[in-house]
Design a protein around this ligand. Sequence first.
Ligand code: PHE
Length: 446
Amino acid sequence: MAAPGRERWSGQAGFVLAAVGSAVGLGNMWRFSYLAAENGGAAFVILYVGLTLAVGIPVLLAELAIGRGAQQSPIRALGHFGGPAWKPLGFVFVLAGFVILSYYGVIAGWTLRYAWIAITSGFGADIAERFGDISEGPDAFLFHLGFMALTIAIVGSGVKAGIERASVVLMPALFAIVAGLALWAATLEGAGAGYTYYLSADFSKLWHPAVIKDAAGQAFFSLSLGMGAMLTYASYLERNQNLPNESVVIAGADVAIAFVAGLVVFPLIFALGLSDKVGASTVGALFITLPQAFAEMGGVGRVVGLLFFFALIVGALTSAMSLLEVVVSSAMDGLGWSRARAALVGGGAITALGAFSAFDIRVLDVSDQFANNILLLGGGFALCVFVGWVMPDPESEIRAGSGEVPWAGIWRLLLRFIVPVFLGYVLYFSVPDTLRAIAGLVAGSP
Ligand code: PHE
């Protein structure tokens, strides 16, 4: 199974940090706080953690098993274990990389812009109005371009010399900043009201299909599942790593950062009495309310704001790298392109596609719904079927490097029956909704 000449991580730490880097991103800080606030606070958090354990970890381990087993990029890896009929799924993964990174890069561009504002002028009271100009139009595209250039440069430098080197430096910095900010936020007067809002549970909302759909979509998006990103990263592993343990560590770090980010966001907003302004939109809490809080804090706000948006940039960058790597590795394996060429051409095309989201925020919103509710959940469903029913002996793949895995049987059972049935249920609700949203956009109604 050795693939001579294939790029490699330097070892376990390099891989795990890169994979955690992929998982921890805008999803943890941008989507998670917002969804938790909207959907019943702690009740949503509990549901989300439960789904990460029961659905996220099994699918993550499935992706790791395929990638490491095949030692190839997604399209070829699926063909390797499933025959040509499964290759189209790999193309869908590459398509998902295009779609997600095109709008993800635009949001990441906003965070770059905010860090820039913190450095140059500090946040002003007019940030809500300014966000209009920042988020849509030529400015949005310009910062998207800058962010994409950075991503392309790193991915173009290689798995070890680019992705791993960046992750090993940046991820510990992100952990330190987010933990430090959470501690600092606890000292604010009025933080208690923020914790109460965040952590009081409203269980009555839990059983709505829409809430379950949000929690499942968030678990997938946040863990970078359903589009071959983790699969691709695992394809650079030797077969001596303990995949089951690593899947638990990656998921644990992802949930922990999302949770702690909430401990930063809510106390800040409540300490400054801005709570009535949360939840107006997916972007509201992060890009309008928080900067308003930073503006009111003067000099301290500038420093804290800079740290906060720097952490967001780091999260976004290490996630964007994995999105681009799916496209790049596929072009390298499938077309025989050099890494540099694949990164430039693939990344360039994605940057251009991002213009649609940069110039029309409704495209961004609908792309996010399409990616999550259809591409990632659908991709996850297909991955379960693949590893549960098609791939020969996946248990022995996860045993390689880890010896006996007590939950290997449960894992296979989850992938065969329970997770696909659950995802089928979620897709049943989310697909019609999403198609309606797309139709609405195409028809031109807001
Ligand atoms: N997990 C990333 C985040 O939370 C987003 C992502 C999704 C990255 C899919 C790769 C693949 O921001």
